[in-house]
Design a binder for this molecule. Structure first.
Ligand SMILES: [Zn+2]
Length: 336
């Protein structure tokens, strides 16, 4: 099986009424963890790399690791997605490298920090849609601005500062033709999302439901949607870590989103926490060890557990074999 179009994976998710986790990777072990979880749960997967990941790992390493994944797991549809492309050139280079889906985040200027105008966002996103769709590649856009900063990307403001305006979202989709839309409803990137369990005041699920009612045919994307579970925080702190108390997006809120048009859920922090906790535990309990495999193996296993759990919770489990993946050429023809 070749890498597949995200549009197809999300269309199928909409038909089946489930969501698909999009997990970030920087290295081989994270890709292996996701693929093992996908095999165990029979899930289609979206694996995504940010600009930071591309510069850390280099595109050629990432692309070849992803190709190894589709060779070794032929029963799993795999999407390779660019997370938070900051401009047309970044998205274009991803398409040229073999990514099958790109995010053009025109909600921020090219510096990845300054909130942009609606007109700018429409212009750059439209340009990426034309380029990507000609190649059968999916495009995710963003309207409104997410909170926090990750990998140097983000306005660094509260998740509530620039919530998505539902009417503007309708206009944006009409003008750009995006396949999927990231919306701002109060979530933030990183581990420190909420200072207590989120309420309707801090996590605006009502806004999401309103947007879905106006755009029932558009695949919505929840960014910054790690749940930051206390048990993962506790392992880190128990073995010498220093995380401040923090709350993420509760799984039941994500499940409410999935009932209301959310098809892609971005999760990174939970996996980072699982990996770090597992490594800290080995270092603390067996300080005489120095073979990287002694801590990378349990780290990979810890991430696999989190990913498999999310795949079950999002409902994608069991759906890997539901459909025959289209080639990107076929998808490109359909866009025409
Ligand atoms: Zn994001």
């Amino acid at each position: 099986m070749a890498l597949v179009s995200m549009r197809q994976v999300l269309d199928e998710a909409a038909k089946g009424g489930y969501g698909v986790g999009a997990f970030n990777v920087n290295n081989m072990e994270q890709i292996q963890a996701i693929m093992e979880a996908a095999r165990e749960t029979k899930s289609p997967v979206i694996i995504q790399a940010s600009r930071g990941a591309r510069s850390y790992a280099q595109d050629r390493y990432l692309v070849h690791l992803m190709q190894a994944a589709v060779e070794l797991y032929p029963e799993i549809p795999v999407v390779m997605h660019l997370d938070h492309g900051n401009g047309v050139a970044t998205c274009k280079s991803a398409v040229e490298q073999g990514f099958t889906s790109v995010m053009m985040d025109g909600s921020l200027m090219e510096d990845g920090k300054t909130p942009s105008s609606f007109e700018y966002n429409v212009k750059v996103t439209r340009e990426v849609v034309e380029m990507a769709h000609a190649n059968g590649v999916t495009v995710e856009g963003e309207i409104g601005t997410l909170g926090g900063i990750e990998d140097g990307h983000g306005a660094g403001v509260s998740g509530l500062a620039h919530l998505t305006d539902p009417d503007q979202a309708v206009e944006f989709v009409k003008l750009t033709g995006v396949d999927a839309l990231a919306i701002a409803i109060g979530t933030s990137h990183g581990a420190y999302k909420f200072t207590s369990k989120p309420t309707g005041e801090t996590l605006k699920m009502d806004r999401l439901i309103e947007i879905h009612k106006k755009l029932p045919g558009v695949h919505l994307v929840m960014h910054g949607s790690s749940s930051v579970p206390k048990d993962l925080q506790d392992v880190i702190n128990q073995y010498g870590g220093k995380l401040r108390p923090t709350w993420g997006v509760p799984v039941e809120e994500i499940q409410l989103g999935i009932k209301n048009g959310v098809r892609k859920i971005n999760v990174d922090t939970d996996n980072r926490l699982a990996i770090t906790g597992a490594i800290r535990k080995v270092f603390a309990e067996t300080p005489e060890k120095f073979d990287p495999r002694d801590y990378m193996k349990p780290a990979r296993e810890a991430m696999k557990k989190v990913v498999a759990l999310r795949m079950n919770q999002f409902g994608q489990a069991g759906h890997a074999g539901d459909y025959q993946p289209l080639t990107l050429e076929e998808v490109a023809k359909r866009y025409k």
